[in-house]
Design a binder for this molecule. Structure first.
Ligand SMILES: Nc1ncnc2c1ncn2[C@@H]1O[C@H](COP(=O)(O)OP(=O)(O)OP(=O)(O)O)[C@@H](O)[C@H]1O
Ligand SMILES: [Mg+2]
Length: 316
């Protein structure tokens, strides 16, 4: 098997549907054993990219290799090293969870005995033992997602594509899915995950690529991306309208935002420690007491909004 540092490498991927250019030169690399999040809004090109990388869809320009195999010339080899789950999954609704797993095992040439054993292992791992003998159509959204993922892992592939694995799940199921995904990574898998949720990319991924309109608009670790946009912010809330008003006066132009209803002010911190100290000094000199004080780190939301130039509605 050809070996490079990268399990997945795409260079300058292009894809059009008629005149509509859906991918306009996407390049990405995923180091073996790491997780990359492809983050972007609806229609950004996430599913298209994943389908191309997993041999399901042709493309017009660029090159893609997975485990060193060329997706165009060596599609069978690529398929033998990947697991794919998500918006195009392969669960049969009429079969039970266990039957789906065993059937997929047989498709991957496991013997009847090993297919059964692997199915049981996955049912246990994905908390589906109780539902194992019910048809998949009776499963809840979260169970269905776990079965989708289990089915794609039957042959223990070293590279896993997850297309929006938690979209539409409630918060509890989402966290359960995050745990499963983290476990796959700990077990050594290379994972490419797509998501619309900044928090999800932040929680799970080693590296993030932000795409919009078929192009990469930013990439880096969550920390690097956050560092690009913003400084920490200090929020102070006061107990009375008078104290709030005086604070706005004495803090002067370091105040970036005021909120009269909350009696709060927000200050951008260029040097977090030194600036907080300065602000507290000013308050003390003026005998002003605050009710609450918090330092906020920039979120990936801030990052996304600042690079796409889309304005955030509402407060802050
Ligand atoms: N078969 C197709 N024919 C024509 N246009 C398509 C086809 N498949 C996708 N597109 C278009 O390509 C663009 C990218 O779609 P894609 O499904 O890759 O987006 P996505 O990032 O996965 O979005 P979502 O978050 O909604 O899943 C969209 O504008 C979509 O309408
Ligand atoms: Mg999609």
């Amino acid at each position: 098997m050809p070996q490079s540092k990268f399990a997945i490498e795409a260079k300058n991927l292009r894809k059009s549907y008629g005149k509509h250019e859906v991918l306009r030169g996407i390049s990405l690399k995923v180091e073996r054993g790491t997780m990359l999040a492809l983050l972007g809004p609806n229609g950004a090109g996430k599913t298209t990219t994943v389908r191309i990388l997993s041999t399901l869809l042709g493309f017009d320009g660029g090159t893609v290799s997975v485990e060193g195999y060329d997706v165009k010339k060596q599609a069978d080899e690529v398929r033998s090293v990947i697991g794919l789950t998500g918006q195009s999954a392969a669960v049969d609704e009429m079969l039970t969870g266990r039957e789906n797993l065993v059937m997929m095992g047989r498709l991957y040439h496991l013997t009847a005995v090993s297919a059964k054993a692997r199915a049981q292992e996955l049912l246990e791992e994905f908390d589906l033992v109780e539902a194992a003998n019910r048809p998949a159509k009776t499963y809840s959204g979260g169970m269905r997602r776990r079965l989708d993922l289990a089915v794609s892992l039957i042959a223990t592939p070293p590279i896993i594509f997850l297309d929006e694995p938690t979209t539409g799940l409630d918060p509890r199921s989402r966290i359960a899915m995050w745990e499963i995904i983290n476990k796959l990574k700990q077990d050594g898998a290379t994972i490419l995950l797509t998501t619309q949720y900044l928090e999800e990319a932040d929680q799970l991924a080693d590296k993030i690529i932000v795409i919009d309109g078929g192009k990469v608009i930013a990439e880096g670790t969550a920390k690097e991306l956050k560092g690009k946009v913003g400084h920490d912010r200090l929020e102070l809330t006061f107990g009375s309208a008078a104290a709030y008003k005086k604070a706005v006066d004495v803090l002067g132009k370091s105040v970036q935002e005021t909120n009269k209803d909350d009696k709060s002010v927000t200050i951008i911190l260029k040097d977090t420690n030194a600036d907080v100290r300065k602000v507290l000094d000013i308050l003390q000199k003026n005998k002003l007491r605050f009710d609450s004080m918090a330092v906020h780190k920039p979120t990936l939301d801030d990052v996304f909004l600042s690079i796409t130039g889309k304005t955030k509605k509402g407060k802050n």
